[in-house]
Design a protein around this ligand. Structure first.
Ligand code: FAD
Ligand code: NA7
Length: 485
């Protein structure tokens, strides 16, 4: 109708990407509103402002991972002279859950205060497009219609459920586990991606019987040699794996246990009872609920994600960041970085665009696996075996000696071009603090790290990160990569 829009920017979704974009835009003088709304899970779990990472993702996951690591540390402590009564060592689920939830509530609160301070209007409503320039929402006080010059879609995704009897009625997902009222007990985790492994890892570490059901391979998107080492490490710690199996049904028995039936690749049927069944079979973008057809925004493929060019959708004034993006890493810092850069381009006259290559990540498994750059198979495929050199080594973390912890799975490799300046293409590290180890090396890769530069870097002794500077055995040489001392 020719009227100026009410806002410069309306952001749909108050998670990692949406909030970063909103705060940055407001700081640059834009009038900004953020809509955030969480639909409860099938068992009724809901949460506050901040999105997946804060409420049901990275943050509670890291805290439960830490709880599991502390369990291991308590056992190690005795070898270091601490006097404990091992039989009294047990994790109390209710206390852990409360501590985790208290932290989340405090972050929810800080997030709201920060939005107020930064003059971003927060609307606790579910947004839908009415037309390309208008978003509509229903809130407690009534309805709101918002018009804006630009929109950012940052609605993220939610876990999927398999289409089998009992899945939605009796199963849970990562959206429920961190606030589960009763302790999880014997748990079946269906799915062997990043989230499935991490959940099984911390549950086992907390003392629960944990089984992972694998459809094809473990960590399909990652370097497969490293995935196999992680699997072996988890098995050594007590996690069970059911390979090449698919769940068929879940029934609730009179004693409240869950009877799960599954089949293996040969069609043989099996069953067992569990206290908890957790699905980690991937996530679905929340695009369908947005009425994108009204805005003319296209989605691609089965995943219904949004394909963008520099975060711009096919509708020029509508942008998207974070987990809703097609074929981009589903990681918090990726969403945040893309959101900030986008806001600076829209309102700050900046031109920098998001680089989705060489983003580092870590699987908190609980022996951690951190990586950046190409996997060995992708490097070999892309450049051919003659062009690629793979350096590798097993190593012994100093602190593992005293408690005689297994060093069998502490392994790293460097994937590099064989010729020219021997540019490093990928770094992979399994061991304690892998996330901390790999982060700095990710910066080095951005600065065109080469094998000679890595080898001429002086290490910090005694650390596990220094192993990267000591690497000298190539796979091609056939030499034993085990530590020689
Ligand atoms: P989200 O954070 O999901 O935020 C989207 C928000 O929009 C949500 O609050 C949603 O309810 C809301 N919303 C949806 N539709 C609407 C609508 N129509 N109107 C209003 N609001 C709406 N990443 C890491 O980097 N490191 C980790 O260790 C890590 N661990 C993870 C562990 C788990 C168990 C999970 C599930 C994820 C983990 N991730 C991790 C991934 C990370 O959480 C996501 O990549 C990140 O949260 C994506 O941010 P986003 O802004 O795209 O979406
Ligand atoms: P992923 O990484 O997509 O992994 C999903 C896993 O679930 C993977 O092992 C799949 O096996 C398996 N899967 C998928 N569908 C099914 C069905 N129907 N039945 C059984 N198993 C199935 O998802 P995540 O949830 O772990 O993580 C998603 C992202 O969120 C991740 O990148 C993090 O950054 C945060 P497959 O290999 O396809 O055979």
């Amino acid at each position: 109708n020719g009227e100026a829009p009410e806002y410069d920017l309306v952001v749909l979704g108050g998670g990692s990407g949406g909030l970063a974009a909103a705060k940055e835009a407001s700081g640059l003088g834009a009038k900004v509103a953020v809509l955030d709304f969480v639909k409860p899970t099938p068992i009724g779990t809901k949460w506050g402002l901040g999105g997946t990472c804060v409420n049901v993702g990275c943050i509670p996951k890291k805290l439960m991972h830490q709880a599991a690591l502390l369990g291991e540390a308590i056992h190690d402590a005795q070898a270091y002279g601490w006097q404990l009564e091992p039989q009294a060592i047990k994790n109390d689920w209710a206390s852990l859950r409360q501590a985790v939830q208290n932290h989340i509530k405090s972050v929810n609160w800080v997030t709201r205060v920060e939005l107020r301070d930064k003059k971003v209007e927060y609307i606790n409503g579910h947004g839908i497009f009415k037309d390309p320039r208008t978003v509509h929402t229903v809130i407690k006080q009534g309805e709101r219609t918002l018009t804006a010059k630009y929109f950012i879609i940052a609605v993220g995704g939610r876990p999927r459920y398999p289409n089998i009897p009992g899945a939605v009625e009796y199963g849970i997902t990562s959206d429920d586990i961190f606030s589960l009222e009763k302790e999880p007990g014997k748990t079946l985790v269906v799915g062997a991606g990043y989230i499935g492994l991490e959940c099984a890892g911390f549950l086992n570490g907390l003392g629960y019987d944990a089984t992972v059901m694998v459809r094809s391979v473990v960590l399909r998107e990652f370097d497969q040699q490293m995935a196999q080492i992680i699997t072996a490490s988890m098995q050594e710690k007590g996690v069970k794996f059911l390979f090449k199996c698919l769940p068929q049904s879940i029934e609730k028995l009179p004693d409240d246990k869950l009877l799960v039936k599954w089949k293996n690749a040969c069609g043989e049927e099996f069953s067992d009872t569990f206290d908890t069944v957790l699905f980690a079979i991937g996530r679905k973008a929340l695009t369908r609920e947005l009425h994108l057809d009204k805005a003319g925004v296209q989605v691609v493929g089965e995943g219904e994600k949004i394909d963008v060019s520099d975060e711009q959708t096919n509708v020029p004034h509508i942008f998207a960041v974070g987990d809703v993006l097609h074929k981009k890493p589903e990681l918090t810092p990726v969403a945040i970085h893309a959101g900030k850069l986008l806001a600076r381009r829209l309102f700050g006259g900046a031109t920098d665009t998001m680089d989705y290559q060489n983003v580092a990540t870590t699987v908190f498994s609980p022996l951690e696996y951190g990586c950046v750059g190409l996997s060995e198979e992708i490097a070999l495929n892309k450049y051919g075996p003659d062009e690629i050199e793979v350096y590798h080594a097993y190593y012994k973390p100093t602190e593992f000696f005293v408690p005689q912890r297994s060093i069998a799975h502490c392994y790293l490799k460097v994937i590099a071009l064989r010729n020219g300046d021997q540019k490093v293409l990928g770094l992979h590290f399994i061991g304690p603090h892998a996330g901390e180890v790999i982060q700095g090396f990710a910066a080095a890769i951005k600065c065109h790290l080469t094998v000679p530069a890595l080898m001429s870097t002086v290490g910090i002794h005694p650390t596990v990160a220094e192993e990267f500077t000591r690497i000298n055995i190539t796979k091609r040489s056939g030499k034993d990569p085990n530590p020689q001392s």
